[in-house]
Design a protein around this ligand. Structure first.
Ligand SMILES: Cc1cc2nc3c(=O)[nH]c(=O)nc-3n(C[C@H](O)[C@H](O)[C@H](O)COP(=O)(O)OP(=O)(O)OC[C@H]3O[C@@H](n4cnc5c(N)ncnc54)[C@H](O)[C@@H]3O)c2cc1C
Length: 440
């Protein structure tokens, strides 16, 4: 296919999180000039473990990102445990994952992932012009007619393509006319970390730092325990840190704000209600935790649209989801992957007609991300809906997924290059027929 007529675009990305940096990288590799505007410095980056399954790392590989620099843990299994006893109820074995899907299932610390994406995006090495990062730039508004992003510091930038990667409380989302339907989730979360060296020193259970994601609870509870009690635990930072997500019914917390960076809270904020019944080994780990932060969860219904003129949404700004499928980062990476493919020299027509390219972006990405968003909501009510557990035989009837649950195969078999090529071929054919009809 000819790359004739390829136009280099000026791209403004609002938000320098994992999604924004991925978009910057994808579009830099595609030959465009990218500026990434972040509201604050990166020194405040916090976080805990983030999953990077094969559907995410396939794009990182395309962009030349060296995942080994992110201090990954290569996951070997997903383990489901009983809340009270810690007894193993089901295991999804990942030992054949790399062979089957071509890449391992990585567990990363968000800060490590962010650092390496940033480094690669701005590096002089590798294809394309290094992305320019502009910190302390809080987006205030977007003029869709003029293609201008305005910042609260009075500065502005004009661009051919504007990407709202500004997270869960996106400003760009409002500017493109989305009216979000947001409700408080019945479940809320606290994140915390335990150092593997502390686990060893204190003689706590060694299975805590094995390369596995482990789940306690998360199902319709026996003895009246709410299904919203759940722990998700996974090692990251080369196995030096074990990260915990501690879920509970929302009425157990007074924390209201949506977001990630808050003041640390005492362990007593977590160990309330039915946490007294938690597997004593897991409880002992939590008592030794640090970096404890609240993470209030809200349920966002799928948005009506993600694009308007030359502006689009990406990542959490486009499809905020409950964390239960561990796909938030991967879905943001997939969005970025789609933009990089659509605006590549393989499809030069979209670099000359950005709005048409963004319509295709929405058509490619919205159904898939919405599918994951819905599966994440289902997994709020039943841990067996988690990708991976949907493919194993679980003896306990209370822990069975419903028909039509999301599977590892659905996530990893997908080929975005093929999907885009098929859609473009349809578009080109319909344009050719219109052209022929006009000349009859
Ligand atoms: C500090 C932080 C910690 C996180 N910790 C975890 C975690 O432990 N586990 C987990 O699963 N997920 C975590 N996440 C969420 C996870 O990173 C995202 O779900 C996923 O990676 C999708 O990323 P995103 O780039 O779409 O959104 P985000 O990662 O939220 O990035 C959005 C970026 O936009 C910036 N921004 C927001 N508003 C504006 C504005 N008006 N102008 C300019 N910039 C703006 C934000 O500062 C942020 O850097 C965290 C996110 C953040 C920001």
């Amino acid at each position: 296919m000819s790359s004739q007529g390829f136009k280099q675009l000026r791209v403004a990305v609002v938000g320098g999180g994992i999604g924004g940096l991925s978009a910057g990288l994808a579009l830099r590799r595609a030959g465009h000039l990218v500026e990434i505007f972040e509201r604050r410095g990166f020194d405040v980056e916090v976080g805990a473990s983030i999953s990077c399954a094969a559907n995410g790392s396939v794009h990182l590989e395309d962009w030349g990102v060296d995942v080994s620099e992110m201090s990954p843990v290569n996951l070997m299994k997903l383990t489901m445990r009983d809340w009270d006893t810690g007894e193993v109820q089901g295991v999804y074995d990942l030992s054949g994952y790399e062979k089957e899907w071509g890449r391992v299932y990585f567990m990363l610390h968000r800060q490590d992932m962010h650092k390496v994406l940033l480094k690669t995006a701005i590096s002089e090495e590798g294809a394309g012009t290094p992305c320019k990062i502009v910190n302390d730039s809080i987006c205030e508004s977007v003029d869709l007619e003029a293609g201008i992003v305005k910042f609260t510091n009075g500065k502005f930038v004009q661009a051919d393509l504007i990407i709202g990667a500004d997270g869960i409380r996106s400003v760009v989302r409002e500017q493109i006319g989305v009216v979000p339907d947001i409700k408080s989730s019945p479940q809320t979360c606290y994140r915390c970390n335990v150092l593997t060296k502390d686990i060893k020193e204190l003689g706590l259970v060694s299975h805590s730092y094995e390369p596995a994601i482990q789940f306690w609870g998360g199902n319709e509870g026996r003895n009246g325990r709410s299904k919203y009690y759940k722990i998700v635990m996974a090692p990251c930072s080369s196995g030096e840190v074990v990260s915990f997500y501690c879920f509970m019914p929302t009425e157990m917390t007074n924390h209201r704000e949506e977001g990630f960076a808050f003041k640390e809270c005492p362990v007593s904020d977590i160990l309330k209600g039915r946490y007294s019944e938690l597997d004593p080994n897991c409880l002992a780990l939590l008592k030794s935790s640090r970096e404890r932060m609240p993470w209030r969860l809200y349920v966002h219904q799928p948005y009506t649209h993600w694009v308007n003129k030359q502006t689009c949404l990406l990542g959490d700004a486009a499809h905020p989801m409950m964390p239960h499928q561990s796909q938030g980062a991967c879905q943001a990476i997939e969005d970025a992957g789609a933009l990089g493919i659509i605006f590549s020299s393989k499809y030069p027509e979209f670099t000359r007609d950005v709005e048409a390219g963004l319509r295709l972006y929405q058509a490619i990405r919205k159904p898939r991300a919405t599918m994951v968003q819905a599966a994440s909501a289902r997994a709020t009510d039943n841990v067996a809906e988690r990708i991976g557990f949907t493919s194993i035989d679980i003896k306990d009837e209370m822990l069975r997924p419903t028909d039509g649950s999301l599977t590892v195969k659905q996530m990893n078999e997908y080929n975005m290059h093929h999907h885009v090529a098929a859609e473009v071929s349809k578009l080109r054919k319909s344009q050719e027929s219109l052209h022929e009809m006009a000349h009859l």
